[in-house]
Design a protein around this ligand. Structure first.
Ligand SMILES: [Zn+2]
Length: 122
């Protein structure tokens, strides 16, 4: 007959195995999502609600992932930080949720104009 400690140890091992299976499944799913740029973008848009937070526009063809604090250019300049890595980070929860939002192309351009983010000819 197993001791109470052996039973507890076995239970904890079973829980850890179950957790590992879930993590493995999530990892496999993430790899599958990330293997296709469109699928990856759609997954991020879905996470952000699939519509413009300003006007409610919902055609994914004109939806964009916006950096709330307008630091996208800075992030892109960081060595090796690609859009793909950024999207994966969003899906992994490594990007603060309040720092990104879904905007339609119109609202994004208007935001850029309002925040004076447009590059001007000199
Ligand atoms: Zn909009």
């Amino acid at each position: 007959m197993p001791t109470v400690f052996e039973v507890l140890r076995a239970q904890s091992k079973a829980e850890k195995d179950a957790e590992r299976i879930v993590l493995k499944k999530e990892e496999t799913e993430l790899l599958w999502i990330a293997s296709d740029p469109k699928r990856l973008r759609n997954a991020v848009l879905a996470l952000l609600g699939n519509r413009c937070v300003q006007c409610g526009f919902s055609n994914p063809k004109a939806l964009q992932i916006d950096h709330v604090f307008s630091d996208g250019a800075y992030q892109r300049k960081a060595v090796g930080y690609t859009t793909k890595k950024f999207y994966i980070d969003i899906l992994l929860g490594n990007v603060p949720r309040n720092s990104i939002q879904c905007l339609c192309a119109n609202c994004n351009w208007m935001k850029r104009e309002t925040h004076n983010e447009l590059k001007r000819f000199k």
